[in-house]
Design a protein around this ligand. Structure first.
Ligand SMILES: N[C@@H](CCC[C@H](N)C(=O)O)C(=O)O
Length: 394
């Protein structure tokens, strides 16, 4: 039996860097109270050397099997009040910390704490933190997300696939494989397939320039398709698409030179698009190469997260842009650095459907706020070494 100490995550003077957030958010202190719990067969206690604050423990597990002692079958059965649980998932290497936030309509951690958790050297490491919250407007659930820089985007495609798998572990869905999710981009409907992949109805793309939003002068139909944009002394042909969040998609430069995406210096050019004055809410940027009329290859620079291994909303925006520029059909495989996604922009309902994987990386729980607030070096060395062992070698 392990006893978890009472701790309080400090109330933060929140600088909530919302990206035109659709939500009213106020963040209060979140108190973690005393708790005792039974160690299940899937939980491995880790003694962590903290230096200044000895004796607290992190429990972590890579097992997705049910604890032997309880009847429900999820690997998330050991839910104790007062402990912040999370599971890390990834969708093609786009990785997220998933938090069960169903008992509150306020995120349990602040944007500042999210930045610390997402840090790949001093934290858990992730492209964002996702909160599973009670449904809104009649939906089953609400999904909110903080990027790794603490900003709040409207939507996340890889994230919603991870969200679906997380919910399927948390809840008894009674054989239901599909549910409704309220997001800043509106209603999103994921469906877990028999092969474990998740197919998501991502809704309709938004093409009206002022709604993307972009200040690039639009065409007569208000869309921005293959418009010229000068970035870093080069004229790029850009198509702007919103999937709830903004995307700038590029296949070529003005001299009609098609991109060879592996040749790009993403870290140099990406931020120049993200912060360009024509994108008032910043932008995600996708650089794309056409391999065939149904096969694309892309690299992405994400708003608020930088270069990531995959971007689901980005892959959807890329197929919409490819169709609008007359480069592909409506059904494409999109190769991202982390692997492929299947995207279809259906003509009958104008919706985009994305199909791809979502996998557990590991689960963990905080018994202390040390991981959120500048822990000492020993803590990290011990803990990260352990996580590396379990992730890579066990
Ligand atoms: N990786 C995500 C997109 C996450 C949000 C993005 N960084 C933004 O700020 O809009 C995806 O898979 O869609």
């Amino acid at each position: 039996m392990a006893i978890a100490a009472a701790i309080t995550l400090p109330s933060t003077a929140v600088n909530h860097r919302s990206l035109s957030s659709p939500y009213e958010a106020s963040f209060s202190s979140f108190r973690l109270s005393s708790s005792s719990f039974q160690q299940s067969s899937t939980l491995k206690p880790i003694s962590v050397r903290t230096g200044k604050k000895p004796g607290f423990r992190v429990f972590s597990s890579m097992s997705i099997h049910a604890p032997e002692t309880s009847s429900p079958t999820s690997f998330l059965d050991h839910k104790e009040s007062g402990i912040l649980h999370f599971v890390k998932y990834h969708g093609l290497g786009n990785d997220f910390i998933l938090v069960d936030n169903q008992d509150s309509s306020e995120p349990k951690i602040t944007p500042e704490q999210a930045v610390k958790l997402c840090d790949r050297n001093f934290g858990i490491g992730a492209d964002g933190v996702i909160f599973a919250m009670p449904g809104t407007n009649g939906t089953d659930y609400t999904m909110r997300i903080f990027n790794s820089d603490g900003s709040e985007p409207e939507m996340c495609g890889n994230g919603v696939r991870c969200f679906a798998r997380f919910i399927a572990e948390l809840e008894n869905l009674n054989g239901k494989q599909s549910f409704t999710v309220h997001t800043g981009a509106g209603l999103i409907v994921p469906e877990i397939q028999e092969d474990g992949k998740v197919r998501v109805d991502m809704g309709e793309p938004i093409l009206k320039a002022s709604d993307v939003p972009t200040k690039i002068p639009p065409n007569k139909d208000q869309s921005v398709v293959k418009a010229r944009l000068d970035v870093d002394g080069l004229n790029w042909n850009v198509t702007c698409v919103s999937m709830g969040n903004p995307h700038c998609v590029i296949f070529s430069t003005e001299s009609s030179k098609d991109l060879q995406v592996d040749e790009l210096n993403l870290a140099e050019i990406g931020p120049k698009f993200e912060h360009h004055m024509v994108f008032p809410a910043r932008t995600n940027t996708e650089f794309v190469q056409v391999l065939s009329s149904s096969h694309l290859k892309m690299r992405v620079w994400e708003r608020g997260a930088g270069a990531t291994l995959a971007c689901g909303t980005g892959a959807c925006a890329v197929v919409v842009a490819a169709v609008l520029e007359g480069r592909t059909g409506r059904s494409c495989r999109v190769d991202l650095p982390g692997g492929p996604l299947d995207i279809e922009w259906r003509e009958d309902d104008n919706h985009i459907y994305m199909t791809g994987p979502a996998e557990v990386v590991f689960m963990d729980q905080f018994l202390s706020d040390d991981a959120l607030f500048l822990p000492d070096e020993n803590y990290h060395l011990d803990r990260l070494c352990w996580l590396k062992r379990t992730n890579l070698y066990s």
